[in-house]
Ligand binder design. Structure first.
Ligand SMILES: NC(=O)c1ccc[n+]([C@@H]2O[C@H](COP(=O)([O-])OP(=O)(O)OC[C@H]3O[C@@H](n4cnc5c(N)ncnc54)[C@H](O)[C@@H]3O)[C@@H](O)[C@H]2O)c1
Length: 259
């Protein structure tokens, strides 16, 4: 992008969950929203993550920052209490988090434990439903919600293992939430980025192979970066995209269309 983008989301308020560092997809989203004028609430996982995230939140002038581990009872509610008291409303929600215990992630779906599968599903999928439930009443003038998925939701991607069914559930949840919230003018999108070298991705076996293959297969000939994902979300949050909801939006240079 060469020119400075116009502040098309000026006055809009966005909660972005999932910034771990400056490689995070969530950081790309926060940076793009900021570039087009939105105000940000940014969370970090815990005190260990805070020193990596707090400077990024400062750089993006986020007026609301907080700790949020979605598996700790009460923390999500506390974030929304803050947003309610400080902002009184919300326009954009980004869920860009995923987790699976390493042994369950790397052992193949067949060997995944009930506990590991349930934990992956809770943090990577149901937490989005909980966020949507808390966010919707604050989206009084409508709003846009995003959850990050991956191609492995629809086709078998070697080594993606139990995250495949978890992301399939996430994409289906986006469809059902879009259906349930549509009359409130709230739109819900699953965003499906091509592979990106992030901390979460480093947990996948042979991830480098996936990157090389994606670059080779992409009709546009290149890997995507976090700003590509961020600006797609920024666009979808504008009124120009007001008739789009419930689908999975691929930001992958076209890789998903190639056999
Ligand atoms: N990197 C890729 O290739 C890729 C491709 C498609 C989709 N995605 C998805 O994008 C999203 C973001 O991942 P990323 O690649 O930016 O990696 P990342 O490691 O930067 O982000 C993952 C985030 O999940 C957060 N998280 C984990 N457990 C949590 C919990 N209990 N409570 C709150 N937050 C928690 C981490 O703190 C971290 O901020 C994930 O849903 C991932 O599956 C990633």
């Amino acid at each position: 992008m060469t020119e400075a983008p116009r502040p098309i989301l000026a006055g809009k308020k966005a909660l972005v969950v999932g910034v771990a560092n400056d490689q995070s997809i969530a950081y790309g989203c926060a940076k793009a929203f900021h570039a087009v004028g939105a105000e940000l609430a940014i969370t970090w996982l815990n005190e260990r993550a805070r020193p990596h995230v707090e400077p990024l939140a400062k750089e993006l002038e986020a007026p609301i920052t907080a700790a949020l581990d979605v598996s700790v009872p009460g923390e999500l509610e506390a974030v929304f209490d803050r947003i309610r008291s400080q902002w009184g409303s919300l326009d954009i929600l980004v869920h860009s988090i995923a987790f699976a215990p390493k042994e369950d992630l790397q052992g193949g779906l067949l060997n995944s434990s009930a506990e590991g599968f349930a934990k992956a599903m809770d943090i990577s999928c149901h937490s989005f439903i909980r966020m949507a439930r808390l966010a919707a009443p604050l989206m009084r003038d409508g709003g846009t919600m995003f959850a990050m998925s991956y191609y492995g939701a629809n086709r078998v991607v070697p080594n993606y293992n139990l995250m495949g069914p978890v992301k399939a559930a996430l994409e289906a949840s986006c469809r059902y939430l879009a259906y349930e919230l549509g009359r409130q003018d709230i739109r819900v999108h699953a965003i499906s980025p091509g592979p990106l070298k992030t901390r979460a991705a480093s947990g996948l076996k042979d991830f480098e192979l996936l990157l090389n293959e994606a670059a080779a297969k992409a009709p546009l000939g290149e890997l995507v970066d976090i700003m590509d994902v961020g600006y797609t979300c920024a666009y979808l949050a504008t009124p120009f995209a007001r008739r789009i909801t419930g689908g999975t939006v691929y930001v992958d240079g076209g890789t998903n269309i190639v056999a």
